[in-house]
Ligand binder design. Structure first.
Ligand code: TYM
Length: 334
């Protein structure tokens, strides 16, 4: 059976982008066909200035939303990264495998470090080494597949390079994983700025649909989405990024193999496209919001799921990480 690993970092409230780009595939496909591990990667939330209480709150909320979205603890393993020491144990060995140049070429590092500097903040070293910890998250479990949105593709390439390099130098230790991107909505864009990704850590919320937004808030955000000059509804990401984004969201929410380019032919006005997209998103999020309220009513349940998940994750990761320690030249303890 294939092994799947994926994660989300608790740096903000989860968005429609997180759902369509990753979580939905975990719920509808992955947990049913593979040995799947889904992780709230909380250590990754510490790479930029953070408020400890907020990270704690968002970590719990992300885990609650995993359950509300439909992940089932009897089908998959849900846990918090910081509960399993193997991630950081392995990360150091991969730091000794990666190069400084490789890290500095990562697009997300370039963008985020520039943002931090522009805001007069210092850049944490962990922002640079973050992709190595991400590689450790994946390689520790021998994952074959990593379902992610398009923005993580470069990090997955790095993970593959590190696995191959380590195996060549020290003997076969790691499975070389591959990224699995959704067919549509692999990169949901901000509704107010359709040339940039809908990101949970952005400060301006009007272009972002959060999973827990009320129906009227979702409708307002989508009806106010920036569209393009002109009035023709066509699927053209370059020339009409705003309309293309709505068509992708609509296709993804309708499911059943809907294609954005085919849907474009059904519309002659932006208004109608926005209304239908808003309806489709509201219907997609409704069951998640309802189940979220139920799961929240029983916080002990979330703790229990995370405790069991971490226990299983530790058991799975330990042998691979121990093998890597030996392969690289470290003596086993007594
Ligand atoms: P993060 O927390 O930014 O995003 C979590 C997942 O959601 C996807 N995603 C999107 N997909 C489509 N459109 C969007 N606008 C959008 N925004 C986010 C991301 O691609 C991702 O799949 N580095 C990772 C977290 C991570 C991880 C891992 C993922 C750490 N270790 C190991 C997989 C495996 C991140 O920052 O994702």
């Amino acid at each position: 059976m294939a092994r799947i690993f994926s994660g989300i970092k608790p740096t903000g409230h989860l968005t429609l982008g997180n759902y369509l780009g990753a979580i939905r595939q975990w719920v509808e496909v992955d947990q049913h066909r593979a040995d799947s591990l889904f992780c709230v990667v909380d250590l990754h939330a510490l790479t930029v200035e953070h408020d400890p209480a907020r990270v704690r709150r968002l970590s719990r909320q992300a885990a609650t939303l995993f359950l509300a979205a439909g992940l089932k603890p009897d089908l998959c393993t849900l846990f918090l990264q910081s509960h399993v020491d193997e991630h950081t144990r392995l990360s150091y060995l991969l730091e000794c495998t990666a190069t400084d140049g490789e890290m500095r070429r990562m697009i997300q590092y370039k963008e985020k470090s520039a943002r931090e500097r522009a805001a007069g903040k210092s850049v944490r070293l962990s922002l640079l080494t973050y992709p190595v910890l991400m590689a450790a998250d994946i390689l520790a479990y021998g994952a074959d597949e990593v379902p992610v949105g398009d923005d993580q593709a470069q990090h997955l390439e790095l993970t593959r390079d590190l696995a191959v390099r380590f195996n060549q130098r020290y003997g076969h230790t790691f499975t070389v994983p591959k990224a699995v991107l959704p067919a549509v909505a692999a990169r949901v864009m901000d509704l107010q700025d359709p040339t940039s990704k809908m990101g949970k850590s952005h400060a301006e919320a009007s272009g972002i649909v959060y999973l827990l937004d009320e129906a009227d808030v979702v409708r307002r955000k989508i009806m106010r989405a920036v569209t393009d000059s002109g009035s023709e509804v066509a699927y053209d990401r370059e020339k009409q990024p705003g309309v293309a984004n709505l068509l992708e969201i609509l296709a993804a929410c309708r499911g059943g193999g809907s294609k954005p380019a085919d849907l474009a032919a059904d519309y002659s006005s932006y208004g109608a496209l926005k209304r239908d997209t808003a309806d489709a998103v509201v219907e997609t999020l409704r069951p998640i919001r309802e189940r979220h309220a139920q799961v929240c009513a029983d916080p002990g349940y979330v703790d229990e799921v995370l405790r069991d998940g971490a226990e299983r994750a530790r058991r799975l990761a330990r042998p691979t990480v121990d093998a890597a320690y030996q392969a690289i030249g470290l003596l086993p303890a007594g």
